[in-house]
Design a protein around this ligand. Structure first.
Ligand SMILES: Nc1ncnc2c1ncn2[C@@H]1O[C@H](COP(=O)(O)OP(=O)(O)OP(=O)(O)O)[C@@H](O)[C@H]1O
Length: 267
């Protein structure tokens, strides 16, 4: 997939795959192109070349409503919720399933109730969305996307603003949903959190895939130094055995080269 803004190449022949029914983490420094890639997959932006596929379906070729039944995108802020209460914002996730003049049916209401419960939002259900704290809003945004019951769930920094308990709850829920067949792709900045919850990581740098694969294979000190310009040790979590990244200091900033030979995904 390729995408330019004006004359600037933002996404440069990115070719990556997230296995179905798994949690994928999209990693990379600020400005790497993570949000743009999520927008391209979700159909919010349109690629100059290439396509995002879910199985063998070209997502850009689908009608908007059909695509919304397959793909949900949760961003950090919901802009279109003036005066809406939390339960109403979450119920917006059911819009792709409603008939032209029909209201929500029992299944729609049950999905909203269950999702509010899963994300600890029952007590906030009647609160106005605009009055929520940053972390509360983040959970509502996530709930709205989950209530959409997509096959592919795209999340832009879903743990931003969340306290540790809420982070683990949200990522644990995503893992459970992936166990039921949902495919998740989440842009994350916390490498240890990604390593703890993702089956597959894709590292973007300057609009290109720098590496992709299992977290333990990809997140090496050398790659972290090269992509983020930070010195880090990669330890083993004593309880889970997952990679645990311990940063030590800022490294001299290395130029990201265009050599992609070392990448495990074709870029
Ligand atoms: N509307 C826009 N106009 C011009 N450039 C843009 C626009 N939106 C994004 N960009 C540029 O595209 C590049 C990729 O941005 P993007 O938001 O996808 O990065 P990101 O990896 O999500 O970054 P972050 O971690 O900071 O959220 C950046 O250089 C950004 O400045």
């Amino acid at each position: 997939m390729r995408f330019t803004r004006g004359r600037r190449l933002i996404i440069d022949d990115v070719d990556c795959t997230v296995p179905g029914g798994s949690v994928g983490a999209l990693l990379g420094p600020n400005g790497a192109g993570k949000s743009t890639l999520l927008h391209l997959i979700a159909g919010v932006e349109h690629a100059d070349a290439g396509a995002a596929r879910l199985g063998d379906r070209d997502l850009a070729a689908l009608r908007r409503r059909d695509r919304a039944r397959l793909v949900a995108l949760a961003e950090q802020e919901v802009q279109d919720a003036p005066g809406l209460r939390v339960a109403e914002v979450v119920a917006l996730g059911r819009t792709p399933y409603l008939g032209a003049f029909a209201g929500p049916d029992e299944h729609d209401r049950a999905v909203v109730r269950r999702t509010l419960d899963d994300l600890g939002l029952v007590d906030l259900a009647d609160r106005e969305y605009a009055t929520l704290s940053g972390g509360e809003r983040q959970r509502v945004n996530l709930a709205r996307a989950i209530a959409q019951e997509p096959e592919l769930l795209l999340l832009d920094e879903p743990t931003n603003h969340l306290d540790v308990h809420a982070q683990l709850t949200a990522l644990g829920l995503l893992r459970a949903l992936a166990g039921g067949g949902l495919t998740v792709l989440a842009a994350l900045h916390d490498l240890s959190l990604a390593a703890a919850y993702a089956d597959h990581v894709v590292v973007l740098a300057e609009g290109r895939v720098r590496a992709a694969g299992a977290p333990g294979d990809v997140l090496t000190p050398a790659l972290i130094r090269e992509v983020w310009s930070v010195e880090a040790a990669v330890l083993e979590h004593p309880a889970t055995g997952r990679p645990l990244i311990a940063y030590s200091e800022v490294a001299e900033r290395a130029a990201v080269t265009s050599d992609r030979d070392g990448a495990s995904a074709r870029a």
